[in-house]
Design a protein around this ligand. Structure first.
Ligand code: LHQ
Length: 275
């Protein structure tokens, strides 16, 4: 269910269950985690691009997955339950989160290379929040984002509570998470939920150009920039200044700064290599 390819220094991961709008099964979640691990450990990879096959990006958890599927009573069951249906066991959903979603979201956020998401169609539930966990999110004009959880009696997961409040603030996070309505890509850009909304026909080429551009840049500095920006949300101003100074003094001795500064001063293109 996952297609993996490489273009130059960009590893491309394509969710590929188009018949089910690329909904997450344990198989797909597991393959994504392994593919991100491999990209993280492959020194030749300097950016990751994630997208979906077909008309959707990802419909979130596959609700027909046997791990979480509600069991309906069959007519004629010997001891019919008073409930219309039995709930999936909470333990199974907890296991799914503990063993698949949490490790995947942590892996994504701690990638040692920048991540780009090309949202090619609807991104719902955990599919939306997985996309929003990437560093730069581009979406096609016809794409949309849906916090589908509330409609089926759940809370946002896959980092949604953390990401939404930081990306768009409490009022808009609540609007998205409580109502579960579709937010079109153009509005998502206007809200600051994603980096860019582009024409559908240009999505893949724009996303690839963005990933290739990032792949030519000083990878270690980019990743530390992500970490510093995330940390800054919870720091006092002075503590943010001190974190910046600590990172800067480490980077100041690394190859890429010496290369970047030398290339600037001698008016030649730099070649970065730190990861
Ligand atoms: C699907 C799905 C789907 C299975 C479309 N599953 N088949 C974590 C841990 C534990 C428990 C639960 O959850 C989580 C995290 C989560 O992600 S919870 C949120 C789960 N996702 C949803 O609730 C979204 C459900 N899907 C939809 O609301 C719609 O399908 C969207 C808005 C995504 C797209 O709508 P349409 O473009 O109108 O397409 P459609 O509804 O006709 O879907 C096309 C097919 O895909 C259809 O199958 P069919 O055989 O009738 O063609 C759907 O049943 C199937 N599909 N999402 N999540």
């Amino acid at each position: 269910p996952l297609l993996i390819s490489t273009e130059g220094a960009v590893r491309v991961l394509t969710l590929n269950r188009p018949q089910a709008l690329n909904a997450f099964t344990t198989g797909l979640l597991g393959q994504l985690r392994v593919a991100l691990d491999e990209a993280a450990h492959d020194g030749a990879v300097r950016a990751v691009l994630i997208t979906g096959a077909g008309r959707a990006f990802c419909a979130g958890q596959d609700l027909s997955d046997p791990h979480i599927k509600p069991e309906f009573d069959e007519p004629g069951d010997p001891a019919p339950s008073a409930d219309v249906h039995k709930k999936p066991k909470a333990k199974d959903i907890g296991n799914l989160l503990d063993h698949y979603y949490i490790p995947l979201a942590l892996r994504l956020r701690s990638m040692p290379v920048p991540t780009v998401c090309a949202v090619n169609g609807v991104a719902a539930g955990a599919g939306a929040n997985f996309a929003l966990g990437c560093d730069l999110v581009l979406a096609g004009q016809s794409a949309s984002f849906i916090q589908a959880f509330s409609k089926i009696g759940l809370v946002p997961d896959c980092g949604g509570t953390w990401l939404l409040t930081r990306l768009v603030g409490r009022a808009r996070a609540l609007q998205l998470a409580l109502l579960g309505d579709k937010l079109p890509a153009a509005e998502a850009q206007a809200w600051g939920l994603i980096a860019r909304c582009v024409a559908d026909a240009e999505l893949q080429s724009e996303a690839m150009a963005t990933a290739q551009k990032l792949a030519r840049m000083p990878t270690r500095a980019l990743v530390q920039t992500r970490e510093a920006l995330d940390a800054a949300m919870d720091l006092e101003f002075e503590d943010a200044l001190r974190l910046e100074a600590r990172l800067q003094s480490q980077l100041g001795y690394a190859h890429d700064y010496l290369e970047g500064a030398a290339a600037f001063l001698t008016k030649r293109p730099p070649t970065f290599k730190d990861r």
